[in-house]
Design a protein around this ligand. Structure first.
Ligand code: ADP
Ligand code: MG
Length: 269
């Protein structure tokens, strides 16, 4: 007699903390995520659902587990327990090498301090991930040029990161995250080092252009205005989701002409 297989995910009796557009199958789903660093429990059972084109803001005080959640969802960290599925396929148990390939080919990242390569021009910084995923230099540079243009950076192609303003550098980082047409974009406090107005410009572009490529977005932020531009929001405390829900009236919309430029560049998969 064979026993029925035990469910691999930590079973949850309640619906996932975040449910964006219940009619669509999630692109990225996580169930029962637990992560411990030694004695510290950074994640204590988190569920997340993200659909294509959906955006999720992750909020909460310092130390509440936001970055750990992002790193586990992105396959940078392997959870102590729980399941992460991309397009219905579990990814938490892939090897280090497979997870690294997954991140390069299917995910995009925007970090707080951009982390552009200082020796490369803006154009080369954006073209590099496309070349690493198999585009020729000419194809990659053409895609990079289009993305820089769509994000209002035409004319900065040959500048090094040190010759860009903070806001320009973060827009280059957004272009770099999107040039490979990722399925999910992860951003950890991408505007944390910018003044608020500049940060809002960058965030608006990040949310709108991620939506335009049809990718899902997970963004850690301390800014309630930024969260209001996303479709959904979770609030974390001590490794748990303490509040979750759709954001009413999200998407303030791009400025005139902006979305057209992004859409022209961002051919959805
Ligand atoms: N590499 C690590 N080693 C040990 N503890 C860590 C590590 N990273 C995070 N932590 C701990 O895990 C908890 C959650 O951290 P983190 O996810 O970075 O929070 P947040 O991004 O919300 O500030 C904190 O208690 C933090 O000190
Ligand atoms: Mg953090």
């Amino acid at each position: 007699m064979t026993q029925p297989a035990a469910p691999r995910s930590a079973s949850t009796s309640h619906p996932p903390a975040t449910s964006v557009r219940a009619d669509a199958a999630p692109r990225l789903a996580a169930r029962g995520l637990v992560h411990r660093f030694g004695e510290t429990t950074a994640l204590a059972g988190v569920d997340v659902d993200l659909v294509d084109g959906g955006s999720l803001a992750v909020m909460g005080p310092s130390g509440s587990g936001k970055s750990t959640l992002l790193h586990v969802l992105a396959g940078i960290l392997v959870p102590t327990a729980g399941v992460v599925a991309l397009g219905g396929r579990e990814v938490q148990s892939l090897s280090e090498k497979e997870r690294s390939l997954l991140r390069r080919r299917r995910y995009g990242f925007v970090f707080q301090f951009g982390q552009l390569l200082s020796e490369l021009s803006a154009l080369e910084n954006v073209a590099l991930p496309a070349m690493l995923t198999g585009s020729s230099r000419a194809q990659a540079e053409e895609a990079a040029r289009q993305w820089l243009g769509a994000l209002g950076l035409a004319g900065t192609e040959s500048r090094r990161p040190g010759e860009l303003s903070g806001g320009q550098a973060q827009r280059v980082a957004v272009a770099r995250a999107l040039v490979t047409r990722p399925e999910v974009v992860f951003a950890d406090e991408p505007t944390g080092s910018l003044d608020q107005a500049t940060g809002h410009d960058v965030m608006r572009l990040l949310v709108e252009s991620t939506r335009a490529v049809g990718a899902a977005l997970v963004v850690v932020t301390h800014d309630a205005q930024v969260a209001a531009w996303c479709d959904a929001r979770i609030d974390m405390l001590d490794g748990r989701v303490v509040a979750a829900g759709a954001v009413p009236g999200s998407g303030v919309g791009p400025r005139p002409g902006e979305l057209e430029a992004i859409r022209a560049t961002a051919v959805p998969r």
